[in-house]
Design a protein around this ligand. Structure first.
Ligand code: F6R
Length: 612
């Protein structure tokens, strides 16, 4: 979603801010803008991409050692030049960039209009900077105090940075429910909505907490106060990110790089946790709460999109191995449906970004009812990682492609380790199966590597599917969530309508769609439901659907029935999702490329969904 970059120091701000905006392009956006001070306050903004902004700026003045930049993902008002950030105050001496939503902007706008303010855009952001200006002028306070008072009036979420024409030596930044990181260099500071624009300049960062305001003065130490006016000591952390992790490294797209990184990212996610030599699993982040987890009456898993699909795999794993009842909920539904949450429930919140607004709100709800919340996040220091009681990082590394791939397999790897560990402690798994699964989980990265070796075969199948307007993805048991995930990957990056279904449900409706034009992707690997899935394939075949089957290596029976097959190495059924999802990711990728789609930044999508 929207991206923020800001710079103050001795270098030219323009190239730093523009490069930062490009680093944030992965988050998804539809307009971009920048403000600089070179005696005058210079604001340039337009609809479109950062390239369009650069073209629009052309040879205009881009000088100055202080600047702010923004990529906007439209919420209030269509994507156009006027609604793009930065926004001016009435007197045009202040300008603001903002991520999030000011929910009471309409009421504030009405009051300000009565006091003579006029607005040029449809945005809530413009209202906020006018409010700050109004307070500064009428209460006769300095800008920092005006920002603080305005934020006490604003309801909603924000990460903001403000630039004042009259003070080219100061940036003011603040956050509530939308991330903001401050990089601390030598005589220079950077602000950004995540660390990617900062990493090449400094590893020292401060993550602002909710309702904190950072006052960044040139040549001075960083100062932080809360919106209640309490001074805070900045907590400087060292980033673990490296620059290679956020570049394409020779791949055509981030998504392809991230798919191919999976043997490494899965390995990193289980390293130090799945200890085959010692025959045990160690999830350090939850040790303190292990009794509560082992005795949980119920586990509720919350997440959105792909993370929700990982949660569904988690449900199968935990119920199957640890025998604790599990419910999997869309965070967006859970938070608003007055759910029953007890103190002996354990809530698992899954999120790649750690910033998804609905998941965050669902966590707060669960915490308020006394449940223990365990977070599985990829982004270190993210809001979800910080707000949960216990947690495990997935260590997949930065995921830049909007479509989630390596985060999913890492999440499922952690959930597998979690289920196994709880099963062992509850005595619901016998020792030999436990040890066997430990060994097999440890070899999953190698099995994924084998699947990746067949990418050319998947590419050939993509060529067959690429012009289909619709497709169906079917699976049963552990493979049902994989079918959902395969369908989501296809629709989000290729814009082909795809539906994931439990294979047996097909005859209750979707079977009506099947004809000789309809590709049906079936996950038909060996396992408890194998024969049943084969029957489902027969049903598709009888209606002349085009069958693309993901099968276990050497399965000649399924190979004879299907039109096209992708083989994956044999493994225990409960480990199959991590492996079988990989060819589906590749399939979507190649189809999207063949259709000329923008794979890494699909239309309308945002990487980090910080609005509800
Ligand atoms: C799909 C995708 C989204 C995210 C969802 C949740 O490829 O990326 O569906 O999975 O927006 O995001 P996180 O995991 O960051 O909470």
């Amino acid at each position: 979603m929207c991206g923020i970059v800001a710079y103050i120091g001795n270098r030219e701000a323009y190239p730093i801010v523009m490069k930062g905006l490009r680093r944030l392009e992965y988050r998804g956006y539809d307009s971009a803008g920048i403000a600089l001070i070179d005696k005058e306050l210079l604001v340039y903004k337009c609809k479109g991409k950062v390239d369009d902004l650069e073209y629009f700026i052309g040879t205009q003045n881009t000088l100055g050692n202080i600047g702010i930049g923004h990529t906007r993902w439209a919420t209030h008002g269509v994507p156009n030049d006027v609604n793009a950030h930065p926004h001016y105050s009435q007197a045009k001496d202040l300008t603001i960039i903002h991520n999030g939503i000011i929910e009471n902007y309409n009421a504030i706008k009405k009051a300000l209009t009565l006091r003579g303010h006029t607005f040029t855009s449809d945005t809530d952001t413009e209202v906020l900077i006018h409010l700050i200006e109004d307070i500064r002028n009428n209460a006769k306070v300095d800008l920092v105090e005006a920002v603080r008072l305005a934020l006490n009036e604003a309801v909603g979420a924000y990460a903001i940075v403000i630039l004042s024409k009259d003070n080219p030596n100061q940036l003011i930044a603040a956050r509530k429910s939308s991330p903001l990181v401050i990089g601390i260099g030598v005589d220079e500071f950077f602000c950004a909505s995540d660390a990617t624009p900062i990493i090449e300049y400094t590893k020292n960062v401060v993550y602002l907490n909710d309702e904190e305001i950072a006052v960044i003065n040139r040549g001075e130490e960083l100062k932080i106060i809360t919106t209640k006016n309490i001074a805070k000591t900045p907590y400087v952390q060292e980033l673990e990110l490296n620059i290679e992790a956020i570049e394409k490294g020779g791949y055509e797209h981030f998504m392809l790089k991230e798919i191919f990184e999976q043997p490494r990212s899965i390995r990193d996610s289980i390293r130090g946790r799945v200890l085959v030599d010692q025959g045990l699993i160690k999830l350090g982040g939850i040790t303190e709460y292990s009794q509560k987890i082992v005795n949980a009456k119920r586990i509720i898993i919350i997440g959105c999109g792909t993370s929700w699909h990982a949660g569904l795999v988690g449900e199968y794993l935990i119920e199957d191995l640890a025998r604790i009842p599990v419910e999997v909920e869309y965070a967006s539904e859970f938070r608003y449906r007055n759910p029953i949450i007890n103190e002996d429930d354990v809530v698992i919140a899954i999120s790649q970004s750690g910033e998804t607004a609905d998941t965050l709100a669902a966590i707060e709800l669960a915490k308020s009812k006394g449940a223990l919340v365990y977070g599985i996040c990829n982004v270190a220091g993210s809001s979800i990682a910080r707000t949960t009681h216990a947690g495990s990082y997935t260590h997949a590394g930065p995921e830049i492609g909007v479509a989630s791939t390596k985060a999913f397999t890492a999440q499922v790897a952690i959930l597998t380790a979690f289920a196994l560990s709880v099963a062992k402690q509850r005595g619901t798994i016998n020792e030999s199966r436990y040890q066997q699964l430990l060994i097999e989980l440890d070899t999953v990265p190698e099995l994924v590597e084998k699947v990746l070796l067949q990418s050319d075969k998947t590419k050939a199948i993509a060529a067959i599917m690429k012009d289909a307007p619709n497709s169906l993805y079917l699976g049963r048991g552990y493979s049902f969530p994989v079918a959902l995930e395969g369908a989501l990957k296809l629709k989000e990056i290729s814009y082909i309508h795809a539906e994931g279904y439990p294979a047996a449900e097909m005859k209750h409706g979707p079977i009506a769609l099947i004809d000789e034009e309809m590709p049906v992707v079936v996950i038909a690997t060996k396992g408890a439901n194998y024969e049943k899935v084969v029957s489902n394939i027969q049903e598709v075949k009888a209606r002349k659907g085009i069958i693309i089957a993901v099968v276990t290596e050497g399965d000649e029976h399924a190979a004879l029935l299907a039109d096209y097959i992708i083989e994956i190495p044999e493994s225990d059924e409960c480990l199959v999702p991590i492996i079988s999802v990989v060819p589906l990711q590749l399939l979507s990728y190649y189809i999207a490329v063949m259709r000329g789609c923008n794979v890494d930044q699909p239309r309308n999508l945002a990487k980090s969904v910080t609005v509800e």
